[in-house]
Every structure is written in structure tokens, then in C-alpha cells.
Design a protein around this ligand. Structure first.
Ligand code: TXA
Ligand code: MG
Length: 298
């Protein structure tokens, strides 16, 4: 098969079953998928992405019941969240069941699970008959892909094209403390929506993500990106602006999230020497966009 080829669903299923990699669409970002129960196949993900160490991966399943079969215990709150938000942009970290290879979790005893909301990927997992482990399908530390073309720009892997991602930011990650859920990464499901279902969750004091493998710098474009001093106008044509109005003319934070990584890539490729970005309002998905923006600064 040609490097970087677009593949059909049948071909993607055959690749997964054959222990190979394939990039798959989800509602958040494209993922670089392998059979999560095949340790050698999962190891190929780390090699392809050039992740420096074995950062834990998310296991994706086609139903909540199947997702929960890969962890030891499921708290009531997890069932409540799954009923409301799966399939969707939410990842839950619980105690790993024995049969899941340790390479998926980077050696940790906990496992991140989620049911993605994309019909092609749900069918792929269902028909392949195995869960897939998948990080975002970009080279390590770079901007996450929200279209098949984004994947093809940065990785040489077969891609299942499912169109642009509807949510556009990675999933929100919650970890179970044994007693309540704790926010590990801001993402495509707002904290407000989660708290309506399970009440207040524990949040890190400094509003930064704390999942292992989350680095201070991440999601970086090549062009220098910095936060704009409020109201300051560009002093030359070499400076591109990234504002809420550019991400969503009507100021809708969900639309802004869906456009965020694509706009960041376009500005990165525009020839500008610097990108000046505005922080979004600290509410709903604005918080997750701000998290990504802060990490993309350099
Ligand atoms: O929306 C998403 O979550 C996308 C799509 C493809 O599903 N995936 C994604 O994967 O963003 P990745 O590998 O780029 O980020 C996974 C995050 C990492 O920050 C990792 O630290 C966290 O999940 N994670 C995975 N397993 C964990 C665990 N056992 N405990 C804590 N955090 C974990
Ligand atoms: Mg990533």
C-alpha cells in the first residue's frame, strides 16, 4: 500500500486485525490506532509518533459496556457519565483489567477508556472485534489533526477519512480517586456539563492539565506564538492575529473549538513571522482552548 494512502473502512479493519497502524476519525481529533490487545501493534504507535517515552494511551471501544470490560471496577458516577456522554469527548481513567497489555498504559495500573462519537470508527471497532489504542495522529508535541489532510501532512500512515472533526479538541479526561472524579485534562466536554451530572469534581488549583505525559509545551506550531497584550494591534503584516472572532464570528465557543487546530495550522503556514493570540472567555470550551493556547506559546 502507498504511504499515506486513504483507505476504506474494510481496509482499515484489515489493518487493525493484522496488527498494523491506521489513522482514524473521531469527533475530537484524528487518532493513530492499533489493536489495543496486541502489545506489538501498540508499540508501533510509539515508534511512529516518536513519543520520547511510553506515555499512556487511551483505549477506545464501541460501547460503554465493552469499555468497562477493560477495567476492574466501575464507580456509579462512571456509569452516570457514560450514560450521558458516551459516545463522546470524555475519557475516564480507572483501574486496568489484567488482560490489557501494560504497553497501552505506559506501565501504569490505571487505564484511560472512552467511546468516541464517530460512526466510521464505531463500526471499525465493532467489526474488528477489538478495542483500539490511539493517541492523536500527529508527531509528538505538534498540533493535533482535525482533518485527514492534517494527518497526511505530518505522519506517513494509512488514513480512514471521516471528514473534519466536529468537536475539534481532545477529550476531557477524568481520573477516579477512589472516592470522586478529578479533572486531569480540559477538553471537548465542558466541566460545567460534567458537574451537572456528578456534582462538583476536583480541579487542579492552577487550571492546568495534570495527566501524565502532558507537558507545559505542547501543540506547538512552527511559527512563534504568544499571547497578545489586551487590545494591542499588530505592528506589521508579519504578525497574524488569532482571536475569538476569527475562530467563530458569532463568538460561539463550540464553533471556536472545532476550528481551533485548523486555524492554528493555517496561520502557521501563512508566512507570518509571529502569531498573537487572545485568550478566550474562561467558560465552557473556552477553558480548554486556553489550555491548548497556553501550551502552544513559545
Ligand atoms: O480526544 C482524545 O482524547 C484523542 C482521540 C484520538 O481519542 N486522543 C488523545 O490521545 O488526545 P493523546 O495520547 O494525545 O492524549 C492522551 C492523554 C495523555 O495526556 C495521557 O497522559 C492521558 O491521556 N492518559 C492516558 N492514560 C492515562 C492514565 N492511565 N492515567 C492518567 N492519564 C492518562
Ligand atoms: Mg496528543
Amino acid at each position: 500500500m502507498l504511504a499515506c494512502a486513504l483507505v476504506t473502512l474494510d481496509q482499515a479493519i484489515a489493518l487493525i486485525q493484522g496488527g498494523e497502524l491506521v489513522a482514524i476519525p473521531t469527533e475530537t481529533v484524528y487518532g493513530l490506532a492499533a489493536n489495543a490487545l496486541d502489545a506489538e501493534a501498540v508499540a508501533k504507535i510509539f515508534a511512529k509518533k516518536q513519543r520520547p517515552t511510553f506515555h499512556p494511551l487511551i483505549l477506545h471501544e464501541s460501547s460503554a459496556e465493552r469499555a468497562f470490560s477493560h477495567v476492574k471496577q466501575v464507580p456509579t458516577e462512571a456509569y452516570q457519565l457514560a450514560r450521558m456522554f458516551w459516545p463522546g469527548p470524555l475519557t475516564l481513567v480507572l483501574e486496568k483489567a489484567e488482560h490489557v497489555p501494560l504497553v497501552v498504559t505506559g506501565g501504569m495500573s490505571t487505564l484511560a477508556i472512552r467511546v468516541p462519537r464517530h460512526p466510521l470508527t464505531l463500526e471499525l471497532i465493532g467489526r474488528a472485534g477489538v478495542p483500539v489504542a490511539a493517541p492523536s495522529a500527529n508527531a509528538f508535541g505538534k498540533v493535533s489533526p482535525t482533518t485527514a489532510d492534517h494527518v497526511r501532512e505530518s505522519l506517513d500512515v494509512p488514513v480512514l477519512d471521516g471528514g473534519p472533526c466536529g468537536v475539534g479538541l481532545e477529550s476531557t479526561i477524568l481520573g477516579w480517586t477512589g472516592n470522586h472524579f478529578r479533572l486531569l485534562r480540559l477538553g471537548g466536554l465542558s466541566v460545567e456539563a460534567i458537574e451537572q451530572v456528578v456534582g462538583e469534581i476536583e480541579k487542579p488549583a492552577h487550571q492546568k492539565s495534570v495527566a501524565p505525559g502532558m507537558l507545559e509545551s505542547h501543540y506547538q506550531p512552527t511559527t512563534r506564538l504568544r499571547l497578545r497584550e489586551p487590545g494591542r494591534l499588530p505592528t506589521s503584516n508579519d504578525i497574524a492575529l488569532l482571536t475569538l472572532e476569527i475562530l467563530s464570528p458569532s463568538g460561539n465557543l463550540e464553533e471556536a473549538a472545532a476550528n481551533f487546530f485548523d486555524v492554528l495550522r493555517r496561520l502557521d503556514n501563512s508566512g507570518a513571522k509571529e502569531i498573537w493570540a487572545d485568550l478566550m472567555p474562561e467558560t465552557g470550551l473556552g477553558r480548554a482552548i486556553n489550555d491548548r493556547l497556553t501550551r502552544a506559546c513559545h
